[in-house]
Design a protein around this ligand. Structure first.
Ligand code: DX5
Ligand code: ZN
Length: 217
């Protein structure tokens, strides 16, 4: 399985964002965390900044919405030029309608579960999504400890995707580093988000290579 690395700019320097977007050009995607002070107790950025990131980023933009009412707001982020938009199970009222709306706009539709949320309810609507995000920390902040107890869920999802012959990606987000990369890859994840492990490293490009190599080992 081809592993994709998606550095999260949550741990970048927001005053040197263009520089930091270019520092990760050896990754596959850039992961942009949108938080609203309601769905999670943190606040990051909105559409005008996401639009500029999409314009200057050398990599495709993967938007992770940690906001209430994604049914209303997610299409706005697709309009900004994001390649994929992820919204949370606990926030949406009509996930299938929203996924179809995003795909109609040419954007990949992705569905996220928090650590205490089961993945099985998604099985019935799996074909509607391009990627499922398994959170490996409680969403809201970078730099938290990796939750290894999410790996059983990741494995069950990978088994279901394989059994049905689908090409759905599995993304993991939270605590991914050179030392946990092989654990998530072994469990079946193929899109690895890493914030602090990339941007707090002395050499972000080298950290990306290490995560990729360890995941593929
Ligand atoms: C947390 C965000 C993550 C965050 C991960 O809620 O969704 O994308 O940046 O940070 P690390 O990799 O430091 O755990
Ligand atoms: Zn994220």
């Amino acid at each position: 399985m081809t592993i994709q690395i998606a550095p999260s700019i949550l741990s970048a320097d927001f005053c040197n964002l263009e520089r930091d977007l270019h520092a990760i050009a050896n990754a596959d995607l850039v992961h942009v965390d949108v938080m609203d002070h309601h769905f999670v107790p943190n606040l990051t950025l909105g559409e005008p900044i996401v639009k500029r990131i999409c314009e200057v980023s050398p990599l495709p933009v993967d938007v992770h919405l940690m906001i209430e009412d994604p049914d209303r707001w997610a299409p706005e982020f697709a309009k900004c030029g994001a390649r994929s938009v992820t919204f949370h199970m606990g926030a949406t009222h009509a996930p299938v309608r929203l996924a179809r709306q995003l795909r109609d706009m040419g954007c990949m539709a992705c569905f996220a579960v928090r650590p205490a949320e089961p993945v099985e309810p998604i099985f019935d609507i799996l074909e509607e999504f391009d990627m499922i995000l398994i959170m490996t920390v409680e969403p809201g902040f970078g730099g938290q400890k990796f939750l290894a107890n999410q790996m059983a869920k990741t494995r069950r999802l990978r088994d279901e995707i394989t059994r049905r012959g689908l090409d759905t990606h599995i993304q993991v987000d939270g605590g991914v580093s050179p030392s946990t990369a092989h654990i998530v890859a072994e469990a079946g994840a193929d899109v690895l988000v890493a914030g602090s492990a990339v941007y707090c490293a002395d050499d972000p490009a080298k950290a990306i290579d290490e995560i990729r190599n360890n995941a593929q080992a």
